[in-house]
Design a protein around this ligand. Structure first.
Ligand SMILES: Cc1cc2nc3c(=O)[nH]c(=O)nc-3n(C[C@H](O)[C@H](O)[C@H](O)COP(=O)(O)OP(=O)(O)OC[C@H]3O[C@@H](n4cnc5c(N)ncnc54)[C@H](O)[C@@H]3O)c2cc1C
Ligand code: SF4
Ligand code: SF4
Length: 608
C-alpha cells in the first residue's frame, strides 16, 4: 500500500505531530491545502499505526508544564479532559525508613539520625520531611495533572474529527523498510503465526506500507527505533545506557480524603534511596501514584511491584491511602539518557520524535511536553516541505526539522539537563547534589560519573547479600522458589527485614490479582512472542535471572534448564526486561540477551 506519511506509535510525540499536521492539510472549504503524491487531487494520505489495543492504553500518570499542549490548544480548559486538573500544590518530600530494611549509606543513616534527633526544629512528621524549599526547575507551576490514557483518547478524538489522518490501534509495526540508507516505509506484523513466528492457520504476512516519510515515535524501547539505531549507529559520543521503569497505580482515594485535585507530591529516600515516587491527585478523589526504579539501582532485586507496595505503606503516604481502592495499574520504561541518548534524528525518508529521539528532560523529570513539542516541530517542517514540493531528504529535513529543534527550548533545556544525573553513577547523595548543581547553574556545573550499561552495575545475588544472608541459605531459597515456580526476591527481601504485604483485597493485592484486575492485561492469539531470549546458553549460566525478578507482569518465570519461560498473556509491554538483562550479547556489549520486538496486547485500560 502507498501513503504519503506513515507514523509508528501513537504516544504524545505523534499526537503533537498529528494535531499540528491535521489542522493544515485541508482548507476551510474542504479543498486540499497541499496535494498527495500517491492520490493526486487529494490531501496527503497520513497513516498512524499503534501497537496497543486502543489509542489511550499507554501508561503514565503525568504532571506537565504543558507549554507545548497549551500552544496547540490555546483555549484549553482542563475540565474538557477527563481526569485533568490544574496543578494547585507541589511538595518534595524526603521519606525516612520506618522499617529499617532499606540499604542506606552511612551518610543517609547519619542524616536520618539527625532528623530524628532534631525533628522538633524541622517539618518532620509521619517519618517524612517536607522540604521547605525546592528548586524552580522542579516546579510545574501553571501546569496540569493528566491521565495519559484519558488525554490520548481526548486528543485522538480531536485529530480523527478532522478526517485528515487515520489512526490504527492494535496494529504493530514490525520493521522499517530500508534500502540504500533510505527508509521507504514500514512492514506491519505477521498474523496467524505461532509463538516462534512460524506461519499457521490463517497466516497473513504483514503488509508493506510505502511512504515518502516515516515518522518514528515509538517511545524509549520501540523496535523501529532499535532497528534504526542498529542500522545507522548513534552519533559520536552518544549512548543509551540510563533507564528507569515507572510503575503506577490509579487509586480511588478514601471518602474522607482531604487531598485537593492538582496536588503533586514527589518523594525520595524510601523504599530504597534510589527509588523516586510520585503522587498526583485528579478530580473526583482519584490519584495516580507510583515509583521509578532506575538502572543505576545497583541490586539484582529490582522488583517494582513489591517496592511500590512498601512505598504506599510508608506512614506519610498511607494516611492518604488507607481505605482506598485500586482501579488500574501499569508499568512502562523511561529512556533516561536524554540528550546524550539522542539518535540520528533524521535521514532520507525518516524523522524521529519523542522520547526515543532523546527528548525527555532528566533534570526536570518531564517527557510529555518535550515529546509533544518535537512532534509539533516536525509537523511544521513537513508542511513547509510539502508546500515547497521538496522531498523528505536528509538535507531538507535538516534545514527544517533539525533547525527548528536545535533552536527550541527542548534543545536548550535538554543541554542543561545532559549531565545533571551523572552523579547518580556513584551514589544517591552525590546524584542529588549533582542535579541541584546542574539545575542551579543552568548546566554549567555538574558532578561527573560515566554511565555504564546496566549489566555492568548489577552484582550477583550472592555478592549483593554477602554478610547478610549465607550463600548456602541463598542456594536453598533459590531451589525452593524454583520448585514453586516463583521469583526469588520475595523470600530474600523478607529475609532482610522487609515485612510481608498485608493484603486487603482492595488496594494491597497480590501481583497475580493485579494482573487479573478487570481483565486489563490481554494478548490476542496469532502473533509471535515479542520477548525473546536470544542466546539460551547465556540464560543457563546467568546467576541473577534478573528478568524474572523484575518482570512487571510476572510474565517471565523460571523455565526448564535455566532458560526463563515467557507468557505473553501477562506481559504489560513495559520493556524493562530488555535493558535490565545482566548478560551482553557476544560481539555487542551495548546489546543485552533479551530482544523486545513488536507485539500486540498488553494493558487494557485508558485510566493510566
Ligand atoms: C510511570 C511514568 C510516569 C511518568 N510521569 C511523567 C510526568 O509526570 N511528566 C512527564 O512529562 N512525563 C512523565 N513520564 C514520561 C512520559 O510518559 C514520556 O516521556 C512520554 O510518554 C513519551 O512520549 P512518546 O510519544 O515519545 O513515547 P511513548 O509515550 O512511549 O509512546 C510510544 C507509542 O508507540 C507505541 N509503539 C511502540 N512500538 C510500536 C510498534 N512497533 N508499532 C506501533 N506502535 C508502537 C507504543 O505502544 C506507544 O503508544 C512518565 C513515564 C512513566 C512510565
Ligand atoms: S534473559 Fe538475561 S537476565 Fe534473564 S536469564 Fe537470560 S541472561 Fe539472565
Ligand atoms: S516480559 Fe513484559 S511485563 Fe515483563 S518486564 Fe518484559 S516487557 Fe515488562
Amino acid at each position: 500500500m502507498d501513503a504519503d506519511i506513515v507514523c509508528v506509535g501513537f504516544g504524545p510525540a505523534t499526537a503533537g505531530f498529528l494535531t499540528a499536521l491535521s489542522k493544515q492539510l485541508v482548507n476551510p472549504d474542504g479543498t486540499p491545502a497541499v496535494e498527495s503524491a500517491v492520490m493526486p487531487g487529494m490531501p496527503p494520505q497520513v497513516l498512524c499505526y499503534e501497537r496497543a489495543d486502543d489509542i489511550g492504553f499507554g501508561v503514565s500518570g503525568v504532571v506537565t508544564r504543558g507549554r507545548g499542549l497549551r500552544a496547540a490548544f490555546p483555549d484549553l480548559d482542563p475540565r474538557q479532559i477527563p481526569m485533568a486538573a490544574p496543578v494547585t500544590e507541589e511538595k518534595v518530600v524526603y521519606l525516612l525508613d520506618p522499617i529499617g530494611a532499606s540499604r542506606r549509606s552511612w551518610t543517609l543513616r547519619s542524616a536520618d539520625a539527625c532528623i530524628r534527633a532534631f525533628g522538633g526544629l524541622l517539618p518532620f512528621q509521619n517519618e517524612a520531611v517536607e522540604l521547605p524549599w525546592s528548586p524552580s526547575f522542579l516546579h510545574k507551576t501553571g501546569g496540569l495533572v493528566l491521565s495519559m490514557g484519558q488525554f490520548m483518547q481526548w486528543v485522538g478524538a480531536q485529530i480523527q474529527s478532522t478526517g485528515a489522518v487515520q489512526i490504527w490501534p492494535g496494529t504493530p509495526v514490525a520493521q522499517a523498510l530500508i534500502e540504500d540508507h533510505q527508509v521507504l516505509g514500514v512492514r506491519l506484523l505477521d498474523q496467524g503465526v505461532d509463538k516462534q513466528g512460524k506461519p499457521g492457520e490463517g497466516f497473513m504476512p504483514g503488509m508493506d506500507i510505502h511512504a515518502a516519510l516515516t515518522v518514528v515515535g515509538d517511545g524509549p524501547v520501540g523496535p523501529i527505533g532499535q532497528q534504526l539505531d542498529a542500522q545507522f549507529g548513534l552519533p559520536e559520543g552518544h549512548q543509551v545506557r540510563d533507564w528507569a521503569v515507572g510503575m503506577k497505580f490509579v487509586v480511588d482515594l478514601p471518602a474522607n480524603s482531604s487531598l485537593k485535585p492538582g496536588t503533586v507530591l514527589h518523594t525520595f529516600g524510601f523504599p530504597e534511596p534510589e527509588i523516586f515516587g510520585f503522587f498526583y491527585v485528579h478530580p473526583d478523589r482519584v490519584a495516580s501514584l507510583g515509583i521509578f526504579v532506575p538502572s543505576w539501582f545497583d541490586t539484582p532485586m529490582r522488583t517494582a511491584y513489591r517496592y511500590l507496595q512498601h512505598w504506599m505503606l510508608h506512614p506519610y503516604l498511607w494516611r492518604h491511602l488507607q481505605g482506598g481502592k485500586l482501579r488500574s495499574w501499569g508499568a512502562k520504561t523511561l529512556g533516561e539518557s536524554g540528550r546524550r541518548g539522542e539518535p540520528h534524528l533524521i535521514g532520507d525518508g525518516y524523522a524521529r520524535i519523542g522520547e526515543g529521539s532523546g527528548s525527555t528532560n532528566v533534570l526536570t523529570g518531564s517527557g510529555v511536553d518535550e515529546a509533544w513539542t518535537t512532534g509539533t516541530q516536525l509537523a511544521e517542517s513537513v508542511l513547509e516541505l510539502l508546500k515547497a514540493k521538496k522531498p523528505f531528504t536528509r538535507q531538507h529535513l535538516e534545514e527544517t526539522y533539525l533547525k527548528r529543534r536545535r533552536a527550541s527550548w527542548v534543545e536548550a533545556e535538554g543541554r542543561i539537563a545532559e549531565k545533571s544525573r551523572d552523579g547518580f553513577q556513584r551514589g544517591v547523595v552525590r546524584g542529588m547534589l549533582g542535579m541541584a548543581l546542574a539545575g542551579l547553574t543552568n548546566g554549567r556545573l555538574s558532578l561527573n560519573g560515566e554511565p555504564v550499561p546496566p549489566y555492568q552495575r548489577i552484582p550477583t545475588i550472592e555478592q549483593y547479600y554477602r554478610g547478610r544472608i549465607p550463600e548456602g541459605e541463598i542456594q536453598r531459597l533459590r531451589k525452593e522458589c524454583a520448585i514453586k515456580g516463583v521469583s526469588l526476591h520475595g523470600a530474600l527481601m523478607q529475609r532482610c527485614g522487609w515485612p510481608a504485604i498485608p493484603y486487603d483485597g482492595q488496594l494491597l493485592v497480590s501481583h497475580q490479582d493485579a494482573l487479573l484486575l478487570g481483565g486489563k492485561v490481554q494478548a490476542p492469539a496469532g502473533y509471535a512472542d515479542h520477548v525473546v531470549f536470544l542466546y539460551p546458553e547465556l540464560c543457563e549460566r546467568c546467576g541473577t535471572k534478573i528478568c524474572i525478578e523484575l518482570c512487571s507482569g510476572q510474565a517471565i518465570a523460571p523455565g526448564q534448564g535455566g532458560v526463563p519461560a515467557f507468557d505473553r498473556e501477562k506481559c504489560v509491554h513495559c520493556g524493562a526486561c530488555y535493558w535490565n538483562c545482566t548478560q551482553p550479547t557476544p560481539g555487542n556489549p551495548e546489546r543485552m540477551n533479551i530482544a523486545f520486538r513488536a507485539g500486540t496486547g498488553g494493558l487494557h485500560s485508558a485510566e493510566n
